[in-house]
Design a protein around this ligand. Structure first.
Ligand code: IPM
Ligand code: MG
Length: 374
């Protein structure tokens, strides 16, 4: 298993990206030593780092590197202070992140949300709502819906009373096959968990919601061992706060998944704990994966050794599992993270002074503790 070199493109990006990536690469190196794995990691600029180095958010050389690699480990891109200074099509979120998602057909975004008992103090919900711990998986469709639907533009129009105004248009559009393939991902994932899928839609208002619900219901027949229920997205947002333990796999279209996964991350203590895997099938019929923390660049704390590196580190564990089938090595990272959490190590985002067990640490100390626990 160890002889093949696994080529990883490491794109740290902006804000806290570089410092959390540094810790994740240390952890990968440690797990590589332990399991005798050969990683070939190449770093390249993306986002504002790409613009500064090569004039665009996704430099050609970075895209080429991604194409040559077996998997992409990504940090985060975009700086709210600088983004408005360039045309919107060139901004890092669209020109790098969304472009990569589309370019590599990464339609399935998996966001596992887990609140370990030891982090109970960091969850905004009362302990009685946390049950035995929150453990759910958001399966978010990632290449359709409002993010990519056409037309998408801002135009000048004349209102009936003659005044000129601007009108912004985004289009929510899904085809049946797009819904079918993400539904299959959710049902298969549920089989490996507690065998329950909650499908989220807005079928009481949106055409998209009706097609979504019909299609997911039909696909469910192929998975008789998995229970399916449906929730409207507004109700789901409320249920996450009232009874989060009812959820196992939560299946969402793109924008609903974006919103609900941030909400779910807060339940798990912090966005800084939430990894994600974006998977697709390439033209060569190969599963290709892109792994990133679900949080953003957090420019306010960037470069201060304050950021939580756990989401980035857990993203690298997802990469080992989904892209390389290295189940044990992935589990070693996840259990090392669990160990340091149990030991009470906390970056600022998950630190609660009321927790007698908690000890506040920086980005580097957290990364090094996880390395030591491998
Ligand atoms: C996410 C992020 C992105 C998204 C942004 C940065 C474009 O919020 O991955 O959840 O909206 O998909
Ligand atoms: Mg988001």
């Amino acid at each position: 298993m160890s002889s093949k070199t696994l080529r990883i493109a490491a794109l740290a990006g902006d804000g806290i990206g570089p410092e959390v990536m540094r810790e994740a690469l240390k952890v990968l190196a440690a797990v590589g030593r332990k399991f005798n794995l050969s990683f070939d990691v190449t770093e390249a600029p993306v986002g504002w780092a790409g613009i500064d180095a090569a004039g665009k958010a996704l430099p050609d050389a970075t895209l080429e590197l991604c194409r040559r690699s077996d998997a992409i480990l990504f940090g985060s891109v975009g700086l709210p202070d600088r983004d408005p200074t360039i045309p919107k099509e060139e901004r890092p979120e669209r020109a790098a992140l969304l472009r990569i998602r589309k370019e590599f057909g990464l339609f399935a975004n998996l966001r596992p949300v887990k609140l370990p008992k030891a982090l109970s103090h960091s969850c905004p919900l009362k302990p009685e709502r946390q049950g035995d711990g929150i453990d759910l998986l958001v399966v978010r469709e990632l290449t359709g819906g409002l993010y990519f639907g056409q037309p998408k533009k801002t135009e000048e129009i004349t209102l009936p009373d003659g005044t000129r105004t601007q009108r912004a248009i985004d289009t929510m559009v899904y085809t049946t096959p797009e819904i079918e393939r993400i539904a299959h991902v959710a049902f298969r994932a549920a089989r490996l968990r507690r065998k329950k899928v909650t499908s989220i839609d807005k079928a009481n208002v949106l055409e998209n919601g009706i097609l979504w619900r019909e299609t997911v219901t039909r696909i469910a027949k192929e998975y008789p061992d998995v229970t399916l229920d449906h929730q409207f997205v507004d109700n789901a947002a409320m249920q996450f706060l009232l009874r989060p333990t009812q959820f196992d796999v939560v299946l969402c279209e793109n924008l609903f998944g974006d919103i609900l996964s941030d909400e779910a991350a807060a339940l798990a203590g912090s966005l800084g704990m939430l990894p994600s895997a974006s998977l697709g099938i390439t033209a060569a019929e190969r599963t290709f994966g892109f792994y990133e923390p679900a949080g953003g660049t957090a420019p306010d704390i960037a470069g201060k050794n304050l950021a939580n590196p756990i989401a980035q580190i857990l993203s690298s564990a997802l990469m080992l599992r989904y892209s390389f089938g290295l189940t044990e090595a992935a589990a070693a990272i996840e259990s090392a993270v669990a160990t340091v959490i149990d030991q009470g190590l906390r970056t600022g985002d998950i630190f609660n002074p009321a927790d007698p067990n908690a000890r506040r640490v920086g980005t580097r100390e957290m990364g090094e503790a996880i390395v030591a626990a491998i």
